[in-house]
Design a protein around this ligand. Sequence first.
Ligand SMILES: Nc1nc2c(ncn2[C@@H]2O[C@H](COP(=O)(O)OP(=O)(O)OP(=O)(O)O)[C@@H](O)[C@H]2O)c(=O)[nH]1
Ligand SMILES: [Mg+2]
Length: 336
Amino acid sequence: MDKAYETSQLDYIKSIHIPLYDEIIQKIKSRYPKKTRKVYERELKSIELVYNILNSKTLPIIRLERFLKNLHVFYWSLIEIGFDRKTIENSIRCIKKLRLMAKRFWVYYRNIIVTEENPRIIRKIGNEARGRMLSQAKKCSKSLEYLKNLVIFLENLPSIDPYKKTIVIAGSPNAGKSTFVNNVSSAKPEIAAYPFTTKKIILGHYKEGQEPIQIIDTPGILDRPFAEMNNIERMAVLALKFLTGLVVFIVDPSPFSFMNMESQFKVIKQIEGIMPEKPLVVVINKVDTLEKSKIDQVEKELRKRVQHDIYRASLINKEESLKILIEVIKKLYPSP
Ligand SMILES: Nc1nc2c(ncn2[C@@H]2O[C@H](COP(=O)(O)OP(=O)(O)OP(=O)(O)O)[C@@H](O)[C@H]2O)c(=O)[nH]1
Ligand SMILES: [Mg+2]
């Protein structure tokens, strides 16, 4: 697959390294100037070193701040599942203050040292300068930890690009979501005959002309009544509404389905409620396992409840899956 299709706004985060306080201290220790005859040279060098390391090690936080400012609301809604926006802002503020103070201390103490002649006083001033810079840094150690965890969280998100065309696949456990995504896209999600196999969002791409379309498998996310979800799951569902595009809801009408038809209809209603502005299409899957009369009955019941387009398919069949996908894409993005 073409790697270019996998790049997203999130890729930038991989270039942002947030150090912990201890890492900064280690770096300073490893570069500390050797003892020289001239006390003043050594003291000047050492405070400059502390300043330089604090400055360069905290620079990624400035880049992170810029990155977060431009981050799409979809990512923000995921971030807010596990992180608090105010704490993020305060953490960044702490680092910015550290950068400012480190610079001030450096300039201030450097000026004193160059005008001082007494080696004992110079040593004392050097100690004071380093002490004040490092204690400022220490005040930010929790902030650095918080921001580092945020970056790790962002690095581990699937690289869904909210600016790209997106189709979200929903449906009850075992309905055939992964089978469909597997058949039509580059993602190779695990497919198994029992529910809750795949536990995280899985992203695939379908290449249509020049522009790839993102296809998202949502195991365990859009398959249950809202009331049964915990807070985290609810927020994850809400985040999905910020993705442009459409929802394909796969219905499992087979007698062994994980949810009865009534519950599946309810979940469709719930998705309509969460994302009222998103188009939705319904696919009655596994038609190979049922009599036509039974499928007709399911479709009739569905039509009573929903206004959406309804398709029938055996998504286990690759060609049928592709046919459905192409229909859906045409509906969502009609060619001019
Ligand atoms: N007979 C038949 N079986 C199907 C069809 N589509 C999927 N299946 C089977 O249904 C089972 C579940 O399919 P998955 O694609 O793993 O279902 P899922 O919705 O991803 O399930 P979870 O990830 O657990 O939510 C697998 O054994 C598939 O082979 C179909 O069209 N016909
Ligand atoms: Mg699955």
